[in-house]
Design a binder for this molecule. Structure first.
Ligand SMILES: [Zn+2]
Length: 278
């Protein structure tokens, strides 16, 4: 089993992906299926980040254990035998510390030496902070690509998630850069139209945000054809590419904010100048 913590497993690990556990990992399985600690995640009912407390008190755990035919509750840190973890579904319940009625349920499946998360309410996507909302207006029709990318990534669909992410580069950033490039006197539109994605990226490089093409690694990843990438590659690249896209979008938002502020100041100064001259 990897070194992933229980909290990470619950909040970040894609559902239905199995973690295998060996004979040395039995304590880890116990730590997960009987976890009673805190979860730091987004509460979709509070509409903000919150802490969820485990509601799995000793009575509950004792009851749970009795249900699966075990006489004593394993204490954390002891090396349990495999029979302590018969195959089956294990569930956990958490309460939001802001409003106790806001609950979070997680269901695990232990099956033949593996553990996977097979259910969660609210969904994994809902409890991961939706950092994309501030781009709704800016991305407009392309916002759904970002939502799909985040949703697919949260559920472990690497290639599909990455494909949606790259569509934002192609349909939003590349399109904007293309509009700028077309204004150049020596622009060859016919040749550009015959290009594939990687060639278009190269041709428009100087019109694209630095955060997308300034770093050779990101530029290299973006230039690759989707067919060249495996599920694993896409899962590894996803966060880096997403962060670079967010950086580029943040730059645009900041620029828009600045222009808005400048407009306001100019209007105020005009008002003042009128009172001075009158
Ligand atoms: Zn809440």
């Amino acid at each position: 089993m990897t070194n992933i913590t229980t909290e990470e497993f619950i909040v970040n690990f894609p559902p239905y992906n199995k973690l295998e556990f060996g004979t040395d990992d039995k304590t880890r399985i116990s730590d997960i299926v009987f976890y009673n600690g805190k979860l730091d995640c987004y509460c979709p009912k509070c509409l903000q980040e919150s802490i969820f407390n485990g509601k799995n008190d000793d009575d509950y755990r004792r009851q749970r254990k009795s249900n699966i035919g075990l006489s004593d509750m394993p204490s954390p840190g002891t090396n349990h035998t495999a029979k302590l973890f018969p195959d089956g579904i294990y569930d956990l319940e958490f309460n939001c510390t802001r409003v106790a009625e806001h609950k979070l349920y997680v269901f695990f499946l232990v099956d033949s030496g593996t553990i996977s998360k097979v259910g969660m309410s609210p969904s994994l996507f809902d409890v991961k902070h939706d950092e994309s909302q501030k781009y709704t207006k800016l991305l407009d029709e392309h916002y759904k690509e970002l939502r799909n990318a985040l949703l697919l990534n949260a559920n472990g669909f690497g290639v599909a998630a990455f494909t949606h992410l790259r569509r934002i580069v192609e349909n939003f950033f590349l399109k904007q850069a293309h509009e700028q490039a077309k204004l150049e006197t020596d622009w060859d539109e016919t040749s550009f139209r015959s290009h594939r994605f990687a060639e278009k990226l190269k041709t428009l490089k100087r019109f694209l945000p630095d955060s997308l093409v300034g770093n050779a690694v990101i530029y290299g990843i973006l230039s690759k054809g989707i067919h060249e990438l495996s599920e694993k590659d896409c899962a590894v690249y996803f966060n880096a590419v997403k962060s670079c896209i967010f950086l580029a979008l943040d730059d645009i938002l900041n620029e828009l904010k600045r222009k808005e502020a400048e407009k306001k100041i100019t209007a105020e100064l005009n008002k003042i100048s009128q009172t001075i001259t009158s």
